[in-house]
Ligand binder design. Structure first.
Ligand SMILES: Cc1ncc(C[n+]2csc(CCOP(=O)(O)OP(=O)(O)O)c2C)c(N)n1
Ligand SMILES: [Mg+2]
Length: 1004
């Protein structure tokens, strides 16, 4: 049967041009194969075939204009009902037993509940007998019908109470005790004695390493107290849970709390991975072989995986890492091996908005591959985290509210008998009422103090501990220091399904440090322990070192054949290898053939388009390359329509782990909002931090998942580096490979949006990241040459760099690529045009981005009206030129006897005459960067100052970067250089109505 393929609903557009015809008569095509590409003045989008079959007639050609309903082709197809079937599948209706259940529930007669007006609950138990009956009923249901039924009943009662108008108890938090009841704790299979010894040695060596470094110089710093509080949390994971990457398993990913790094080095020392010599080089990294202060993959690329020490970045990056792992699995690019992402963070660190900012996403995405461990030692750097409150309860509320599985590990096993003996709940009441500031003081002040201040409040509690000595009371441990409790929580977290888990563990900062730093406000900064402190620490953990050895701050490492070392190695062997370890087995992606980019090298003729459109077109083409297509990860924080990228929605789908449970409002449209489980686009919503975290996860997939991915994160340039600069820095550290695209860039190019939108400095910010390569291209072919080279360098040659490219929303026509321009485009500048008609006076006119076009227009005026010739340079990257300039200058300074080497800028300009006039849509310091690398007089024009909303023409006039200002200022510069009389400039100022009294734009 013959079917007509018509142009579907393309949104608000009429008469849209066909820019590509992707099939020919006689082709056998599949459902959804693209037939043509349409381009409006904002975006380009492929039209997929609604049928499979053979093209028997093509009704259009390139250049034709079509609208909704236009005939594109005729197809002979066997399955005439194909489309219907497809639509029916899309409208997947979910039938469950739900309705039946609801009906049954409604049939229960429950109108007998009396409605009351809201009243807060009474604090006193006015009828203990009745209370008892209720509790007994509950126990009986738990006993006879099981906990699930009991929970159901409670929920039912609570919802009835709500309907009745009662003030409900605040259920964000649970009592201040461990979530897992003692009886339910899964016991560790480990040998506790050996593990305790190992932990003690690790503690000792970590502290010794920091103290030793500070003997060399107190400049070196370091932390003892943090790892001292977290040692058990790490050790249980290392001995029992964290599986390393090896040939048969992808590996769990562990985000270590940055300043607990000494503990990881100390363990690696026992494992034989680091030598004593290396430990002695903690924080002395300038000579090769030192250990980095914190986890920095850039500095220790075979060890650290995740830069975490800028607080808050680790947690959010890990959330998106867990999400990206599911994305890879759902897209069929990785096997689901049940890998987990573990994240360690401090309680103080949760103050950072980034730490908790994405926890609801983690729950929404059902990231049960994610486990947070918040080390609640109740202190941060200066003092208590929540002296007047309870950080554990506060966090529980936030995480529960967001939908996480929350496991509190507050009390250690020594408390178990006391809690068991507490029949009236008074101990629990006391635990609930004490605030963190007090809890902290108690651990600083000893057992007698705890007896008095904690138990002393109620005579019953004094009685409860009457048979215990002060020392016994002092030994009442906190959950995070009890390997049994920690094991049980980790075990439960591993089993949990359907939501992420947070383990909130209570610990003591500086645990075991005694007077030198246990639970005192200055613990965080403690990096020097004197002899007495060290002896105390040794004794506290029974480290088998003599006094002499302690005085020499020797490390302790038992013999290779000792039971401790054998045990430690055997445990890691069972878990697949050592952690942390960074490696990559990813295969490079072959850069696409040149022909994919060929169309961008030609002139667009009269057709005007923006570089953002060029980029989107290029990505569309790349989606046809079999090597590149599956690896592309387009990332957009709710701006696809701004950038003309909405065509991707339908074409490659938006990633949604649950697919699409609704029929989108625009389902009939060509770029309808299609969410699918195998979707490729990461549509992040309005979160630049989240989108950047996704980008980092994808950009480091080559090491964390052994698969090279090509993330392309397109942001509104103003909300890029300025907003997420710290992430970009971390990305550099993590050796991310991928593209960041600053769209709608330029202070005057984005016209109407005003001060908070117009970016005139992102390139400066990008230039500060050593491995970020950045470009501000003007023309379609520049963009194509740069992008292709980025693919080649990063993803085929595996250079550890990432690209920042600005793209604009100004439409103009693009010329053909000049012959031989490629090298210059990539190095940062090339000669675009030369005016040699009049001859005598010459200038070197440089421009980048859309302002290059103003420069080109100015050159014409200068030539036609003032007899000034110019060489016009398209500067694709002032940043790259500066890097080259700096390097060459340094080499020349180092080798004063050698022939002077020329920088690339010098090579370009050497044989050219006249001053340089450089003009961009960015602040002057952008182009000023290359001033030192040429002897020529240098004048820069730029957009210093706050942006504002107006037309492009007015804005360029305001910032003095339009062609008229370029002409006038050039003439004035020539006068200053005594190459021309000043009258020409004065005439131009007059002619162009340039107000000399206007204040400098930074002051306006
Ligand atoms: C963004 C950022 N701000 C400040 C710091 C400096 N800093 C390092 S550790 C620390 C205190 C950390 O307290 P907490 O998170 O409770 O960790 P703890 O050491 O108590 O485990 C601070 C402020 C940092 N590393 N990153
Ligand atoms: Mg803390």
């Amino acid at each position: 049967m013959t079917q007509n393929v018509l142009v579907p609903d393309i949104g608000d557009f009429e008469s849209v041009e066909i820019i590509e015809v992707l099939v020919k008569s006689g082709d056998q095509i599949n459902l959804d194969d693209p037939i043509v590409t349409l381009e409006s003045d904002k975006s380009s989008v492929e039209v997929p075939s609604p049928f499979a079959g053979k093209i028997i007639e093509l009704s259009v050609k390139v250049g034709d204009k079509v609208s909704k309903g236009s005939l594109l082709a005729k197809i002979e197809n066997e399955l005439s009902n194909n489309e219907k079937i497809k639509t029916a599948q899309n409208k997947e209706v979910i039938h469950t037993k739900r309705e039946t259940i609801v009906k049954a529930e409604n049939s229960i007669q429950e109108n007998s509940i009396r409605k009351v007006f809201v009243q807060p609950s009474s604090k006193d138990d006015v009828d203990p007998l009745e209370t008892k009956e209720w509790i007994e009923s509950l126990n009986s249901v738990i006993e006879n019908d099981g906990p699930a039924r009991a929970s159901y009943l409670l929920n039912k009662v609570v919802s009835e109470a709500y309907t009745a108008g009662l003030v409900l108890p605040d259920t964000r938090t649970t009592p201040y005790i461990n979530t897992i009841p003692t009886e339910q704790e899964v016991k560790s299979p480990g040998d506790q004695n050996i593990e305790k010894k190992i932990r003690a040695y690790i503690r000792w060596n970590a502290a010794a390493m920091v103290v030793r470094a500070n003997k060399i110089s107190s400049e070196l710093g370091g932390h003892i107290g943090t790892f001292a509080s977290a040692a058990t949390l790490y050790d249980v994971g290392m001995n029992h849970f964290w599986r390393a990457k090896n040939k048969s398993f992808g590996g769990d990913l562990i985000y270590f709390q940055g300043h607990s790094a000494p503990g990881m080095y100390a363990r690696a020392f026992l494992e034989g991975r680091l030598s004593e010599k290396q430990l002695n080089r903690f924080r002395q990294e300038v000579e090769a072989g030192g250990l980095s202060s914190y986890p920095h993959p850039w500095l220790m690329p075979k060890f650290w995986q995740f830069p975490t020490v800028s607080m808050g970045l680790g947690p959010i990056m890990a959330i998106y890492q867990a999400r990206f792992l599911k994305y890879l699995i759902n897209r069929g690019l990785l096997k689901d091996e049940g890998r987990k992402i573990w994240v360690f963070l401090g309680d103080g660190e949760t103050d950072e908005p980034e730490s908790l900012g994405a926890i609801s996403l983690a729950a929404r995405e059902k990231l049960d591959n994610l486990i947070f461990v918040v080390n609640c030692n109740l202190q941060r750097l200066d003092g208590p985290v929540r002296g007047n409150g309870k950080i554990i309860q506060e966090l529980e509320g936030s995480f529960r509210g967001a939908g996480w599985n929350v496991l509190k590990v507050i009390w250690g096993s020594y408390w178990d008998p006391l809690l068991k003996a507490d029949k009236t709940g008074l101990l629990m009441k006391r635990m609930n009422e004490v605030v963190d500031g007090e809890y902290q003081a108690m651990k600083a002040k000893g057992g007698a103090y705890v007896r008095e201040k904690f138990f002393g409040k109620y005579p019953e509690l004094i009685e409860l501990v009457s048979s215990m000595t002060d020392n016994d009371i002092w030994k009442l441990n906190r959950g995070g220091h009890d390997p049994h409790k920690v094991y049980a929580a980790y075990h439960a977290a591993m089993q949990h399904q359907g939501s992420p888990t947070v383990i909130i563990a209570k610990t003591v900062k500086g645990y075991g440090m005694g007077k030198s730093g246990e639970s005192i406000n200055t613990t965080h900064q403690q990096k020097k322990l004197d002899e007495q402190d060290l002896l105390y620490y040794r004794d506290r953990f029974n480290v088998p070192l003599t006094d002499e050895q302690v005085k020499n701050i020797e490390y302790y490492k038992p013999a290779e054949n000792s039971e401790e070392i054998k045990y430690l190695k055997e445990r890691r062997k069972k878990l697949g290898g050592f952690i942390p370890e960074r490696s990559s087995l990813a295969m490079p992606i072959k850069a696409p053939p040149k022909d994919i980019f060929e169309s961008f090298m030609k002139s667009t003729g009269d057709k005007e388009m923006s570089t953002t459109m060029v980029l989107v077109r290029m990505l569309t083409n790349l989606l046809r390359d079999k090597n590149v297509a599956p690896r592309l990860v387009p990332i957009i924080p709710d701006e696809a329509r701004t950038f003309g990228m909405e065509g991707f929605f339908r074409k490659i789908g938006i990633y949604a782990h649950e697919g699409q449970k609704y029929e989108p409002e625009d389902s009939e449209q060509l770029s309808s909002y299609k969410e699918t489980k195998s979707g490729q686009v990461l549509e992040e919503g309005i979160t630049e931090a989240g989108a950047m975290s996704s980008w980092i996860a994808a950009a480091t997939a080559y090491t964390n998942h052994d698969i090279e991915m090509i993330p392309v994160y397109v942001f509104y340039s103003m909300f890029g580096f300025q907003r997420i600069g710290d992430f970009a820095w971390a990305a550099g550290d993590a050796q991310a490979r991928g593209f960041l695209i600053g769209a709608t860039a330029g202070r005057t190019t984005l016209a109407g949006e005003g001060l908070q939108h117009q970016d005139g400095h992102s390139h400066i910010l990008a230039s500060m990241i050593p491995n970020c390569v950045s470009y501000d291209p003007t023309f379609s072919y520049e963009m194509a040459v740069i992008f292709r080279e980025g693919l080649r360098r990063m993803h085929e040659k595996n250079e550890n760099i990432f690209y920042y490219i600005t793209a604009m929303n100004e439409n103009y026509s693009h010329p053909e690529k000049p012959k031989g321009a490629d090298e210059g485009i990539l190095k940062g500048m090339y000669l675009l045009e030369e005016y040699r008609n009049k001859g005598k006076i010459k200038i070197q006119l440089m421009g980048s981005g859309t302002i290059l076009r103003e420069a080109i227009a100015a050159a014409k005026i200068l030539s036609d009206e003032y007899g000034v010739d110019s060489d016009i340079w398209s500067v694709t990257s002032f940043n790259e030129l500066r890097k080259d300039g700096m390097e060459v200058e340094r080499r020349n300074l180092l080798n004063p006897n050698d022939k002077k080497e020329k920088s690339y800028i010098e090579k370009c300009l050497d044989k050219r005459d006249g001053p340089v006039i450089a003009v961009t849509d960015y602040v002057r310091s952008f182009s000023d960067q290359i001033r030192p690398y040429t002897d020529k007089p240098f004048y820069s024009l730029g957009t210093d100052g706050f942006g504002r909303s107006d037309t492009r023409k007015n804005l360029r006039k305001f910032f003095e970067v339009d062609k008229e200002h370029i002409v006038a200022y050039t003439l004035s510069a020539l006068a200053k250089e005594q190459l021309l009389g000043s009258d020409s400039a004065e005439k131009a100022f007059k002619k162009y109505n340039i107000d000399k009294k206007k204040a400098f734009p930074t002051k306006l």
